[in-house]
Design a protein around this ligand. Structure first.
Ligand SMILES: Cc1cc2nc3c(=O)[nH]c(=O)nc-3n(C[C@H](O)[C@H](O)[C@H](O)COP(=O)(O)OP(=O)(O)OC[C@H]3O[C@@H](n4cnc5c(N)ncnc54)[C@H](O)[C@@H]3O)c2cc1C
Length: 381
């Protein structure tokens, strides 16, 4: 049964139905094999990109789909319920377009945005480094001006789509100032001196390539600076507010997928002469899982509606990321429990969901960092 959603328009209802159909046809049947073989599905991003899904949350006059965040996030949730690696990839791509769409000049936007939003190009987001994850201001990758050109040297870690992306939205140090020392540059994948290491050997989300990117004297034209020189960190953090909502939605989808599998199993598996869903102890576990999924959805939708109304939403985005990813971890773990011994095997997808949920508590700001953001808002409001 599809999730019964409260959507703002008939257009949104049609869009969600279309996304569900595409996800059922193109994602669900191939997800497990790609994950097992650790194969990045570049062709899936092309197909869904050409269907207009990659640019959905951006304005129509920029080449996007003009959908409110409330709708975009529910699209991500549907994708996340079928294949988390792809849904995370869509969310990351939206993050990579944020600096150009929000801070680029009209000329920059005209030049690059249509292909970025239209599915031709796939993006990667280079903020973290080996010694600068939770504290991005500790970054050391540097850009030095050589006339009109910036010359980049350094190493970015954990880059989703690293080695597969067509462009790298990169935050680099342009001065040693603690404030105003970081700049955002759009680096094309074919820039000389840019290379990717072997992808990380991860616990889960193995269909998503995550790689270290090396910048070795990479020369980037000055017109590829997004926003002002020195504005990179505020841009990166604003992008992450929106990105965290994307992760919250994907985590909710993952949890919904685990719940659906657990309920279906519990209706057919019998012990002591009846279906296990009819044992109160197990039925209550499923009820708690359903409550966690519904709370996660409601929490991210509240933050999205604030964003759509132009209201501040940074605190609510952190709350949504915290609530939804913790819910995904708990629900996927409980789904394994519902399936008993079978849940612990690779014959059923719930063990994979559990491995995939773990990273949602880590990337785009760990859940400790979300609590730090929320506490800071409480202290200053
Ligand atoms: C699969 C994957 C994909 C990723 N994709 C990207 C990407 O596309 N682009 C990108 O830029 N980055 C990406 N990342 C990086 C990710 O955002 C970082 O791993 C994350 O921000 C944590 O940084 P760290 O790993 O350096 O951990 P650390 O910052 O070293 O943290 C270690 C532990 O200390 C805790 N901690 C740190 N500081 C505090 C504090 N002040 N208070 C309390 N606890 C604290 C953390 O919560 C964590 O538990 C990805 C990571 C993974 C695993």
């Amino acid at each position: 049964m599809p999730v019964d959603r409260l959507l703002p328009s008939s257009e949104a209802r049609e869009l969600l139905a279309l996304v569900r159909d595409i996800a059922d046809a193109e994602l669900a049947p191939v997800a497990a094999v790609h994950e097992r073989e650790e194969r990045f599905p570049r062709e899936v991003f092309r197909t869904l990109g050409k269907a207009g899904i990659l640019g959905l949350p951006y304005p129509v006059d920029q080449g996007g789909g003009g959908q409110p965040y409330e709708v975009w996030l529910q699209v991500l949730e549907e994708l996340g319920a079928r294949w988390a690696s792809v849904a995370v990839g869509f969310s990351v791509h939206a993050l990579t377009c944020f600096p150009l769409a929000g801070y680029g000049t009209a000329e920059q936007q005209e030049r690059w945005l249509p292909d970025m939003l239209g599915g031709e190009l796939l993006g990667a987001y280079c903020l973290s480094e080996a010694d600068a994850g939770s504290d991005p201001n500790a970054m050391r990758t540097r850009a030095v001006a050589d006339g009109e050109v910036w010359v980049l040297d350094g190493v970015k870690a954990w880059v989703t789509h690293g080695g597969h992306a067509d462009f790298y939205t990169s935050m680099v140090r342009t001065s040693d100032a603690r404030s105003g020392g970081i700049t955002c540059l759009l680096v094309p994948a074919d820039a000389a001196g840019l290379s990717a290491d072997r992808p990380e050997d991860k616990m889960g989300l193995t269909g998503s390539a995550t790689a270290t990117m090396r910048f070795d004297g990479v020369r980037v034209d000055g017109d590829r600076v997004m926003g002002a020189v020195g504005q990179g960190l505020p841009i990166a953090l604003a992008a992450l507010d929106a990105g965290r909502l994307g992760i919250a939605a994907v985590a909710t989808g993952l949890a919904q997928g685990a719940l659906d599998d657990a309920v279906a199993y519990a209706k057919t598996r019998k012990t002591f002469g009846k279906a296990i869903i009819d044992h109160q102890g197990l039925g209550f576990l499923l009820a708690d899982m359903a409550a966690a999924v519904q709370s996660a959805r409601t929490t991210y939708l509240d933050a999205a509606r604030r964003k759509d109304l132009g209201r501040p939403y940074a605190k609510e985005a952190s709350i949504a990321k915290l609530v939804a990813t913790d819910a995904a971890m708990r629900v996927t773990t409980d789904a394994v429990q519902v399936l008993g011994g079978y849940g612990y095997t690779r014959d059923f997808p719930v063990e994979r969901y559990m491995r995939e949920a773990k990273v949602m508590q880590i990337f785009e700001g760990t859940n400790q960092i979300q609590r730090m953001v929320i506490a800071r808002h409480l202290a200053t409001s």
